[in-house]
Design a binder for this molecule. Structure first.
Ligand code: IMP
Length: 191
């Protein structure tokens, strides 16, 4: 039987991706499986929010818990929305993409990066893992896969958006995939 691990999120898009990444090694549970609400993201860095989520998950379930926080950092917007990516534009995912593209109208420097920070907590100590995906903000939306800002982000070295990729392609290169694979590497060394 696979060991159980909690990913302290209620975002089912994330849970699906994380299950694809960790699936062969763990039975991945989320806050939804325990009927728990998400904790408030009160930190002002990805690291802090990730830690808040991991500690909350462990406190509520007693399972080894992973807190995951992700942001889109856009150079031309002084690296906004960053840690405030979920709330910055004040709308749902579609509205947020629309507002970001509007702010980027006429902007030539379209560099951006997704950053994910994981905090892993087992009741004793916290470990952090980071994954970064550099790329470019598109001029318009493309693709129906993924979630959040995926339809307006082309990873460096590619010509299609994250939303135009199959999920296995996104996971193979994504910020989240990179962070979780670092976590797996650490875990294997520890065993
Ligand atoms: P959080 O990590 O749940 O706080 O997410 C922050 C914001 O980034 C939300 O608006 C998400 O929809 C968005 N987001 C998180 N991960 C991804 C991703 O892998 N692709 C696109 N958008 C994402």
């Amino acid at each position: 039987m696979h060991p159980r691990i909690l990913v302290a999120t209620s975002n089912l898009h994330k849970v699906r991706e994380i299950r694809e990444i960790l699936g062969p090694c763990f039975k991945v549970l989320s806050l939804v499986d325990f009927g728990l609400p998400s904790p408030e993201e009160t930190g002002d860095s990805l690291k802090e929010n990730a830690r808040i989520k991991a500690e909350y998950g462990w406190r509520k379930t007693g399972l080894m818990s992973i807190g995951e926080d992700t942001g889109l950092f856009v150079k031309a917007l002084k690296w906004a929305p960053g840690v405030y990516s979920a709330r910055f534009f004040g709308g749902d995912a579609k509205e947020n993409r629309k507002r970001l593209l509007y702010l980027m109208e006429g902007e030539r420097d379209r560099y951006a990066e997704f950053r994910t920070v994981l905090a892993v907590y087992d009741g004793k100590s916290v470990r952090y893992f980071e994954g970064i995906l550099p790329g470019w903000i598109t001029l318009k939306e493309r693709g129906r896969g993924g979630f959040g800002y995926d339809p307006i982000f082309i990873p460096e070295g590619h010509t299609i958006t994250l939303a135009e990729m199959e999920s296995f392609q996104k996971n193979a290169i994504s910020h989240r995939g990179r962070a979780f694979r670092k976590f797996l590497k650490w875990l294997v060394k520890k065993l």
